[in-house]
Design a protein around this ligand. Structure first.
Ligand code: FAD
Length: 284
């Protein structure tokens, strides 16, 4: 299918983007890589009369690895994440997750900003950013504000970003300890049936802290504080793993679809989380 007719804009700066958003209201939408929005327009599931391409707007394509903090511009692609050696050394979970997204063609175009701003429960970056306790910077007519990733996702395709705001960057503390991004999918290139992002800090054989977020098991990503807490103070033995999985299952709310019935999804979520915790622990 081809999309319905639309006007295309390519402003040179953020002021141009914001004034177009003001002028056209909810008939306008920004586009980054276009690999979620254009398919939705082609399927006539999204109707956009004014399409504002962000590609010429500067200042959103950099990755900055600082002493304590990492900042990623919204237009950084998944492919950029994979290729950035300094980022891969400082926060290897990003590379591990990005390599499991779609295929190289999609990863060359799909941006980190588009992946989180879309609010698609199937996208991999939202849960990952919750695991990393990231914060999203958005700019709009009232200026700039920060929204924690753990408060950003409200429902499927609904986020705390207003329609006239643009996500410009993502910032998170440099992670420490062991990490794992584990994803179960039906075939290469597919969205997750279930995925788990885990960061664990080990101290003297004991788990000091653990951060766990799950993907595509509710209509938003799920940061499971209780699952992380179940590991803290333990040696991450079988009892602790059982407790973490039970806590996570209490937080997710999967629905039946073409990836399987609820019981299957709960089962896969448990298997995936066990694997992710075990790998993160072995790397911690
Ligand atoms: P766009 O399509 O340009 O935009 C998506 C939405 O976000 C739109 O509503 C747009 O208005 C909004 N938006 C974009 N940028 C901004 C911004 N800076 N500020 C405010 N709003 C913004 N993703 C996964 O995570 N895992 C997968 O397994 C996966 N598999 C895929 C398989 C295929 C075949 C395809 C086509 C896509 C797949 N994707 C997957 C999605 C892909 O990663 C997308 O590219 C990504 O989710 C969206 O990034 P984008 O830059 O293309 O966003």
């Amino acid at each position: 299918m081809i999309p319905a007719a639309f006007d295309y804009y390519r402003p040179k700066d953020m002021d141009g983007v914001l004034s177009l958003l003001q002028e056209h209201g909810d008939e306008a939408r920004v586009m980054a890589g276009g690999h979620s929005l254009i398919p939705m327009m082609k399927l006539r599931m999204a109707f956009v009369q004014h399409l504002i391409d962000l590609q010429d707007v500067g200042g959103m394509s950099d990755i900055e690895v600082g002493g304590d903090t990492i900042r990623i511009g919204a237009l950084v692609t998944q492919s950029d994440l994979i290729d950035h050696a300094e980022l891969a050394a400082a926060a290897p979970i990003l590379r591990e997750a990005a390599l499991q997204i779609a295929d190289p063609q999609v990863r060359y175009m799909g941006t980190v900003g588009g992946n989180v701003a879309n609010g698609d429960p199937g996208n991999d970056m939202p849960g990952l950013m919750q695991c990393l306790d990231a914060s999203f910077t958005v700019v709009g007519p009232e200026g700039t504000r920060e929204i924690p990733a753990r408060e950003f996702f409200e429902a499927a395709y609904m986020t705390a970003r207003e329609d006239n705001e643009v996500l410009t960057s993502i910032t998170f503390p440099k992670p420490s300890g062991g990490y794992a991004y584990e994803k179960q999918k039906r075939k290469i290139g597919d969205y997750a049936t279930a995925a788990a992002a885990v960061q664990i800090v080990k101290e003297g054989g004991t788990c000091k802290s653990a951060s766990i977020a799950m993907t595509n098991l509710s209509d938003t990503p799920i940061f499971s504080e209780a699952a992380g807490a179940a590991l803290v103070g333990t040696s991450v033995d079988d009892t602790a793993l059982d407790a973490a999985v039970a806590a996570m299952l209490g937080d997710i709310d999967p629905t039946e679809d073409n990836r399987g019935p609820v019981a299957f999804k709960n089962h896969v979520a448990g298997v995936i989380l066990r694997r992710a915790i075990a790998r993160a622990w072995s790397r911690a």
